[in-house]
Design a protein around this ligand. Structure first.
Ligand SMILES: C[S@@+](CC[C@H](N)C(=O)[O-])C[C@H]1O[C@@H](n2cnc3c(N)ncnc32)[C@H](O)[C@@H]1O
Length: 279
């Protein structure tokens, strides 16, 4: 099987032998779309996407915005609910992903606009519903971003955020010292690796009323011991000199042996929090 177990971040293509930390946005569009599709298929992500949609509950005629909309799946879901008198808008800085989203929208009345979460292209209090998924982990200042989201939300408007928290990553079995050096290396390569646990505080600090929170964990199948994230993790760490080649081999062999007896474990928890702007 190809690298179907690659998580959203960090992402690399083991087939190309180009093992280095890469933001999804640095990949070619075909590769970015592949990674986003793989993530979107995970049960934990399906659960959180559905929870968010129910929490923000867009109504006919409303303006609903997805910040960091990727391939546009969630904008299409908004478009179906806001109908012909509403607006469903994806804000996405990547021209390639915007083009892919337009291609996939296939006649659905969805808009994809260029923009960044730090400076949203909307007037004050002009948006009824806003969602953003796995974007805050990439931004340098999530406080600024969530305040910007609160600025554009109308009084009574609904918002929901989803993000991963890399502090919840569990990989077993592994030498604790080797595992910690690899994890520290990867956490250092992410702008905001603990955003999952910060969602609630970010929304509250922006003056929004929390209306709900939930979490979902993705658990890697046993095949994941020999591919995708696991391969990327030890190969990039060894290349960076964080672990030795011998430690990388021992790590890989230990996980493969565990998988052979059904004892491999890799999991990561994602969080979602919803809120409302006070009237
Ligand atoms: C992990 S992807 C998630 C995409 C989409 N939300 C989904 O659920 O599939 C992160 C997305 O955030 C976008 N992004 C990165 N930095 C951003 C920023 N500062 N403002 C808005 N979007 C950003 C990326 O281009 C990418 O589409």
């Amino acid at each position: 099987m190809a690298e179907t177990q690659v998580p959203d971040e960090p992402a690399v293509d083991p087939r190309r032998g180009n093992f280095r930390l890469k933001h999804v946005g640095e990949q070619n569009i075909e590769r970015q779309a592949f990674i986003l599709d793989e993530m979107a298929a995970r049960p934990a992500v399906r659960t959180l996407k559905a929870w968010v949609l129910a929490q923000v509950d867009p109504a006919a005629g409303e303006t609903a915005v997805d910040v960091g909309s990727g391939t546009g799946e969630d904008v299409v879901a908004f478009a179906e609910l806001v109908g012909p008198n509403g607006r469903a808008v994806g804000v996405e800085p990547s021209p390639g992903l915007r083009a892919e989203a337009v291609r996939r929208s296939n006649g659905v009345r969805a808009e994809y606009v260029d923009g960044h979460a730090e400076e949203l292209p909307f007037d004050d209090e002009s948006v009824d519903v806003l969602r953003s998924e796995r974007v805050l982990q990439h931004v340098d200042n999530p406080t600024v971003v969530v305040r910007e989201m609160a600025r554009v939300l109308r009084p009574g408007g609904r918002i929901a955020l989803i993000d991963t928290d890399w502090g919840t990553a569990i990989i077993h079995p592994a030498d604790p010292d080797v595992r910690q050096r690899m994890i520290d290396y990867f956490l250092g390569g992410s702008a905001n690796p603990f955003s999952g646990r910060q969602l609630r505080g970010l929304l509250a600090d922006a003056g929004l009323e929390i209306t709900g929170e939930t979490a979902a964990t993705w658990i890697e199948p046993q095949e994941g011991a020999r591919q995708g994230f696991v391969s990327m993790m030890h190969l990039t760490s060894a290349e960076a000199g964080v672990i030795t080649p011998a430690e990388a081999d021992a790590f890989a062999q230990g996980l493969a042996a565990a998988a052979d007896r059904g004892a491999f474990h890799l999991s990561l928890t994602m969080y979602s929090v919803s809120a409302r702007k006070p009237v």
